[in-house]
Design a protein around this ligand. Structure first.
Ligand SMILES: Nc1ncnc2c1ncn2[C@@H]1O[C@H](COP(=O)(O)OP(=O)(O)O)[C@@H](O)[C@H]1O
Ligand SMILES: [Mg+2]
Length: 231
């Protein structure tokens, strides 16, 4: 289990996370939804310790103060691919020192994400959808137990989005815990094992996808009715 316990985080005087508790179970998809500016990305950054919490603790399989990477890896909207390396080299770069089987594992990932026809191209020769799959593969080749994904499909069209989201269910089968910040409520309803609804720096509601149909808090009710308009 990857757990956040009573996390508090402020920037200057502004409280961004105000006592957040979440548990991300291996082999499950946890979808994080909520309005912009409510601390979803900040929580993700604290979970992988790119950002240090002011109070509270992060437990990786029960252990505190361990470096989460590479057991916990993350993919951000800005993909951070090296422009002078091919996509294959971008994937292999972090893997060299951490996964002795990387040469073999990359072949499995190329297959999973259907990357065979473009894997030896450079990032500037590739579409955003292709680069997105590469960033995901780069996070997975470290054989993480948990992957944290921050709105990774927001720059993609509906078909590319569906393709990536479908692949996430394969990660479940591999026993990986997926923490996915997303606007895709349809996917969250269908595929999530757990929904985490954040507003104003807190987890306001949490539970199975059914909470989206029958929210108990006013805040989630309001969010869902607005989301229907945008859907
Ligand atoms: N490094 C930072 N310094 C100052 N403020 C920040 C920083 N990172 C995020 N914030 C602020 O924290 C708030 C929450 O941001 P964020 O976690 O990105 O929310 P979300 O992902 O839910 O949209 C925003 O108002 C944002 O401007
Ligand atoms: Mg965000």
């Amino acid at each position: 289990m990857l757990s956040a316990r009573n996390i508090h985080k402020s920037y200057q005087d502004r409280v961004i996370l105000n006592g957040v508790d979440v548990d991300i179970a291996p082999g499950q998809i946890s979808c994080v939804i909520g309005p912009s500016g409510t601390g979803k990305t900040t929580l993700l950054r604290v979970l992988c310790q790119l950002e240090k919490e002011d109070a509270g603790e992060i437990l990786v399989d029960g252990e505190q103060n361990t470096a989460p990477w590479p057991k916990v890896t993350a993919v951000f909207q800005s993909l951070f691919l090296w422009p002078h390396l091919t996509l294959r080299e971008n994937i292999m770069l972090p893997a060299r020192n951490h996964n002795p089987q990387a040469d073999k594992d990359i072949e499995g990932l190329i297959k999973l994400f259907e990357m065979n026809h473009f894997i030896d191209h450079y990032p500037n020769q590739s579409s955003i959808g292709q680069r997105q799959r590469v960033a995901l593969a780069r996070a997975l080749i470290l054989n993480p137990k948990y992957v944290l994904l921050d709105e990774i499909t927001s720059a993609l069209d509906v078909e590319q989005t569906a393709r990536i989201l479908t692949k996430l269910t394969h990660l479940k089968e591999r026993g990986i815990g997926v923490f996915l910040i997303t606007h895709h409520l349809g996917f969250a309803k269908r595929a999530a094992d757990q929904i985490i609804f954040m507003s104003d720096g807190k987890v306001t509601e949490q539970g199975p996808p059914a909470i989206l149909q029958t929210p108990t808090t006013e805040r989630l009710k309001q969010f869902m009715s607005l989301a229907e308009i945008g859907a």
